[in-house]
Design a binder for this molecule. Sequence first.
Ligand code: 4AD
Ligand code: MG
Length: 476
Amino acid sequence: MSRIKIKDILSSGEVGQKVLVKGWVRTFRSNRFIAINDGSTINNLQAVVNFENESEDTLRRITTSAALAIEGELVASMGKGQNIELHAEKITILGDANPEEYPLQPKKHSMEFLREKAHLRMRTSTMSAVFRVRHALAFAVNKFFNDKGFKYLHTPIITGSDAEGAGEMFRVSTLPLGNPPMTEEGQINFEEDFFGKETNLTVSGQLEAEAGAMSLGEVYTFGPTFRAENSNTSRHLAEFWMIEPEMAFYELEEDMDLAEEMVKYLISHAMEHCADDMEFLNKRAADEDKTKPANERWDLGLLERLNFVVDNSFERITYTEAIDILLQSKPHKKKKFKYPVEWGIDLAAEHERFLVEKHFKKPVIITDYPKDIKAFYMKQNDDGKTVRAMDVLFPGIGEIIGGSQREESLEKLKTRMAEMDIPESELWWYLDLRKFGTAPHSGFGLGFERIVQFVTGMGNIRDVIMFPRTPKSAEF
Ligand code: 4AD
Ligand code: MG
């Protein structure tokens, strides 16, 4: 008999049908009712054991997380919340899970506890739902761009450049840690390293994607990126996935239109294709919300929030307008912001939250930031002070997307690099893109885990990636 997935049994299994299921025990009640799950759906199948049929030994080994194969017949169920169940005729224990040792109980564990059991936590309902939604979102990214004719590029993980110029790179080296070869000037001699030069893990695929856009027109990358920033927040990872489209002949407005369209598409796709998981996560988010202090609670439930974002246009304002709003705001006047507001500051999380959650109460796109707080490659405005940057800010998350129109003028780009002490020799190939057939172009980066967080309602970014890498922790 060939195996049938539980998702298919629950959606289209027929009374009287003989089936074989394989999965893991969630619970076993009264020596009679097994809730079994195979990962295909959030819902468990109830298998009813005929204990006269089964040996003492088998019954004893049906414990939480044991792997089983069950053959039997589908029957109409009396239980609430399910219309079909399985009358077990033959149970085979595929793998035991000794309850004395198995660390997860069939009860609610804290997310912190589950993080320490990252290799097992996807067996819980919450985490399995999160990872099915994560999958659906990843699939939707590729579908969205494919349907528009964008080409998926795989940009390098190991690189010699610092795309964001923030110096937050993990070094990649084959040199011995203890006594690396030194130059006569007393510097580490990277000429003896594997690549003959200093290299690092990429912080962004953007610069290489620009090379793609300047030949294929519309491209995107979707891969792991790395930041050695010491941020211990619920929004930062040292290793995260980023989606970076890059488009020739797009100006900033078209860049923003694409970003907004993409995010709405991803959210709609998840709601449509993961309805059961989303319903579960919606309830979970509502329960979690109740435990929060009144001023941190959401006005809307998770699904309502997602529908709201899909149905409403994002607010678009300039950085200068954002600063004016903040200067007029109560928290500023009452000196309630921790970081004082003035033109030129990098907006702190508290400022972003005020704009998104209190002032506009919807996603906000902020454009035209001061050039001194943004990367070297952004197109300079004529005012000499600002650049054609755009950040998309989301309620509860803060920055979800960062992007810009790129500087296409070779002269302006070289001048900016000189001002920022970026040697031309490091980015000679990038400058070539301006030397040969330069054209207006734009792009952005969406932090994949941040959109997964928003869609699933998970409060901590560590709970939407399998094995989170954060400062001082890479246990798995
Ligand atoms: O704003 P960022 O640094 O922009 C870039 O890297 C550009 N090269 C993108 C581009 O224009 N192609 O990062 C983009 C997004 C952020 O908005 C955020 O969502 C996410 O990446 N991000 C992080 N996510 C998790 N952990 C971190 N440490 C992150 N740093 C950035
Ligand atoms: Mg940014």
